[in-house]
Design a protein around this ligand. Structure first.
Ligand code: FAD
Length: 816
């Protein structure tokens, strides 16, 4: 085979992800696809994987992607003639204490929400499925009958064969040494055998993906970590059935699977060991690390309790293989925000075999279409930002994520490593006032404020948590008086230059280019009419706009806007100015009186109407005041140069004494926005739903003739009945906790799941939002005629459906 000088798509890496991506690229019709592998196929992490294939994740679409893997593995042999070793022996998950049992029951509900069967079992029923185990400490268990196991190398070879049959060419012993980027787009790849011009590159280099990304100036935040499992000889006196389900015992941090009459046992130590921090050794192919029995002993002890027969079992091997893990435990997929046509599929956190089929399929579709086939936000490479370019941050946060792989996954749990990184100017001041911070995209954000005498520390629970009363107080103060929220972590962009208004008009679904001083809430749509971003745009001058979006969406929204500025507007300057600005939100019915005392500007409703902005003077600083609210009360977001933050905050607090002003945190904001029905991107709003389905048709300029991205799809959708509609539900029982992902039943039939859930302190009820789905259409009548229930931790409870915001400002006054 002569070495090519040109190819349309180059996949780098011949592990399971590279082979699956190449196979699916060819299946989707891509021509001229080649795979470059530095060594031999599978010689990275793939050849030594244990092969468990679990499917349930906390996102519906990622679960769907893992279900797709199973479908692909089931059918591949028939197509290629090479077996995959796929065995649907089911997966068992144990709970050994009360809290874990709640977690497992909630997982079973999540599984039902996502259409995956998951049955709850007693300890003895679990033992019937897994006779080798001691069940004396087991409270309950859950069984996923469609989980299984497979042979990692066989699947990969089978995928590679399928790809070859469809025309993909593989070049092994061909290491990529450089990647050329011109004008922000990839153009070629260099190897010792020559340079290859190309249109697109897909980096599927597993633990090498960080350094291969760097060749193109792309940040792939992952870290290699040692991961061990042992394989026993066949157990002599205790037969291990060939169809034994895989077993996860998270309270003991271990997993098991059957292997030729013996057992594989591995796990996730609380003190993981990072590997190759200074770079992966040359040609680390088909290589393992030294056995580390001392480190493995902690897992061994746990395993001996669970399976006493291990006491006498012969140990065949202890495999210590490095694998790439990421700072949030999810893998990394998609087009890099830094470089056009450079895609990544890496960082599989020890579930790359389970994900391989579906992830390769989704990535291939993404490469071809230039956008993901469905909402893949939890794994999207654009969820990271600048902090993830720092090696120490990535390593330490990744080790924390690894150590938490099997620990309780508490609602609202925060990471504790690498903090603080990015702070607002007020960080120390707020800390001294009892702020309990959370960490988002590197930013420290006050979640709630502990009253005097109470430690500002989260105490996690599946019931009502220790911050419940403190958040109630912040919520009440916002409804009844005035509260200041430090929202300096908001992502903030400046877009200016000739044609800025026209460009934004194309990108945004709402009318953003009207008079100077207008503030507009808008969605940014993809070509399917799905919601890619949800943000506010302020017109500060002719052809100059100030854009504000959520902390977590910084890279995503920035790259979406940048990529969609039409080519003819080449003079537009688009800049991320997040760190340059302090943002204080002053919210509550007394916000106007308070502000009027610290500025000479006229803050009256006539002079300063809703959805407008003005520059006002506070404490000698020019402050951009945006009249907007996410909590359903009168209020302003005050945006100012970073260094002005301290003076302005002091002025607010001094004048606010008469109103009993207090600080508020993000947990109060969440409960306030739920009551008011404000949607959140990545929960209610995603690339999979349109503004029409989300009840945001009023924010779309469909009644104008102005062209905007996504318009055609939306018009098309508007002609047919909507197949899903966002609805609001309440459950009044305070002992119930809604978290999101609870299943929605209509007239006894599963029709959807909650995208958000939480407690509304003013209305005194649990609030949930979720899409009600029906292939024949969902209109008001359909919604109204249903009897609804929510499945919460595997128990169904009746709920009420609502058609307008649960809260309106008159309610607070009635309560007061
Ligand atoms: C001990 C252990 C147990 C595991 N158990 C399971 C399990 O039970 N279930 C599960 O789902 N997952 C498991 N995994 C995880 C799984 O092995 C990985 O997630 C998966 O193999 C990752 O595949 P990949 O294709 O991303 O990476 P790799 O398999 O590492 O492939 C990357 C390829 O890129 C090539 N490459 C690198 N740099 C270059 C370059 N410059 N030029 C050309 N080629 C290059 C490498 O040679 C390599 O072949 C386990 C992992 C370990 C370590």
């Amino acid at each position: 085979m002569t070495f090519p000088t040109q190819a349309q798509i180059i996949v780098i890496g011949g592990g399971i992800i590279g082979c699956s991506t190449a196979y699916h690229l060819a299946k989707e019709g891509a021509k001229d696809v080649i795979v470059l592998e530095g060594g031999q196929l599978t010689n990275g992490s793939t050849w030594h994987a244990a092969g468990l294939v679990g499917q349930l994740r906390s996102s519906a679409n990622i679960t769907q992607l893992l279900k797709n893997s199973v479908d692909i593995y089931k059918n591949l042999e028939a197509e290629t003639g090479l077996a995959t070793g796929w065995k649907m022996n089911g997966g068992l998950r144990l709970a050994c204490n009360k809290d874990r049992w709640i977690e497992v029951k909630r997982q079973a509900t999540t599984a039902h929400s996502f259409g995956l069967p998951m049955e709850l079992l007693s300890a003895s029923e679990a033992q019937d499925l897994w006779p080798l185990m001691d069940v004396s400490d087991i409270v309950g268990a859950a069984f996923l009958p469609t989980d299984g196991q497979a042979n990692p190398s066989d699947i990969t070879q089978s995928l590679a064969k399928g790809a070859r049959m469809l025309g993909v060419k593989f070049y092994q012993n061909t290491q990529v040494s450089a990647i050329k980027v011109i004008d922000g787009a990839v153009v070629s790849v260099s190897t010792e055998k020559g340079e290859i011009q190309c249109e697109k590159v897909v980096n599927c280099c597993g633990q090498w993906a960080r350094e291969v990304g760097r060749m193109a100036g792309v940040n792939v935040p992952l870290q290699s970590v040692e991961h061990q499992y042992m394989v026993t000889e066949p157990l002599k006196d205790t037969p291990v059935p060939g169809d034994l389900p895989t077993l996860r015992d998270p309270d003991r941090l271990i997993y098991f699977k059957e292997e030729v009459g013996g057992l594989v046992m591995g796990g996730y130590e609380p003190n993981p060991i990072a590997w190759a921090r200074k770079g992966i050794p040359e040609k680390f192919y088909f290589s393992l690390l030294n056995e580390n029995w001392q480190h493995f002993e902690q897992l061994m002890e746990q395993a001996l309790f669970r399976v006493p027969a291990l006491e006498t079992a012969g140990i065949r091997t202890l495999t210590n293989g490095p694998e790439s893990f990421t700072p949030d435990g999810n893998f990394i997929l998609g087009e890099a925000p830094e470089v056009k046509n450079f895609f990544v599929g890496a960082g599989f956190n020890a579930f790359g075999i389970a994900s391989g089929g579906g992830a390769g399929q989704a990535l291939a579709q993404w490469v071809i279409a230039g956008e993901p086939p469905m909402d893949l936000w939890p794994v999207d490479i654009r969820r990271f930002s600048k902090v993830h370019a720092d090696d120490d941050f990535v390593c330490n946060r990744t080790l924390e994520a690894y150590s938490k792989h099997y620990t309780m996954s508490w609602p609202h749990e925060e990471y504790s490593s690498c903090r603080p990184v990015l702070t607002s100017l007020l960080y120390e001041d707020l800390k001294a006032q009892g702020a309990c911070f959370g960490s988002k995209n590197g930013w420290e954000r006050p979640n709630w404020f502990a009253p005097q005498g109470m430690p500002a520390i989260d105490s996690y629970s599946y019931g009502r948590q220790n911050w419940f009363d403190a958040v109630a107080e912040e919520h009440r103060a916002t409804r009844e008086s005035v509260v200041v929220f430090d929202q300096s972590s908001f992502a903030k962009f400046s877009l200016k230059g000739a044609g800025a208004g026209e460009a934004l008009s194309w990108i945004c679904a709402n009318h953003v280019d009207s008079e100077v001083g207008k503030l507009v809430y808008t969605q940014l749509l993809n070509d399917r009419g799905g919601i890619e971003c949800d943000l506010t745009v302020a017109k500060v001058a002719e052809d100059e706009f100030y854009i504000v979006t959520g902390t977590g969406f910084r890279s995503h929204d920035y790259s979406w806007i940048k990529d969609n500025i039409p080519a003819q507007f080449s003079d537009i300057e688009f800049t991320d100015i997040t760190e340059q600005r302090t943002t204080l939100s002053l919210m509550g019915p007394n916000a106007r009186q308070l502000l009027s005392q610290i500025t000479v500007a006229d803050m009256s409703a006539v002079a300063f109407p809703f959805a407008s902005l003005q520059t006002i003077d506070i404490a000698g600083h020019a402050v951009q005041a945006l009249r907007v609210t996410y909590v359903g009360e009168l209020g302003w977001e005050l945006h100012m140069p970073r260094e002005a933050g301290a003076d302005v905050y002091r002025a607010i607090m001094a004048a606010g004494g008469v109103y009993n002003i207090c600080n508020g945190g993000y947990r109060a904001i969440e409960s306030l926005r739920l009551e008011k029905g404000y949607r959140a991107w990545s929960a209610e709003l995603t690339p999979d739903c349109t503004p029409l389905e989300a009840g945001l048709g009023w924010a779309v300029k469909l009644n104008s003739t102005i062209a905007f991205k996504g318009r055609a799809a939306l018009e098309q959708r508007g002609k047919q009945p909507l197949q899903k509609r966002l609805a609001c539900f309440t459950v009044a029982d305070v002992n119930i906790v809604l978290l999101g992902r609870e299943t929605i039943y209509r007239n006894g039939k599963r029709v959807g799941y909650l995208t958000s859930g939480g407690w509304g302190y003013t209305i005194q009820a649990n609030i949930g939002y979720g899409y009600v789905r029906n292939a024949q259409g969902v209109d008001n009548q359909y919604l109204q005629e249903g009897e609804y229930e929510l499945e919460i931790a595997s128990v169904r409870v009746p709920c009420n459906i609502h058609f307008k915001a649960l809260y309106d400002p008159s309610m607070a006054k009635v309560k007061a």
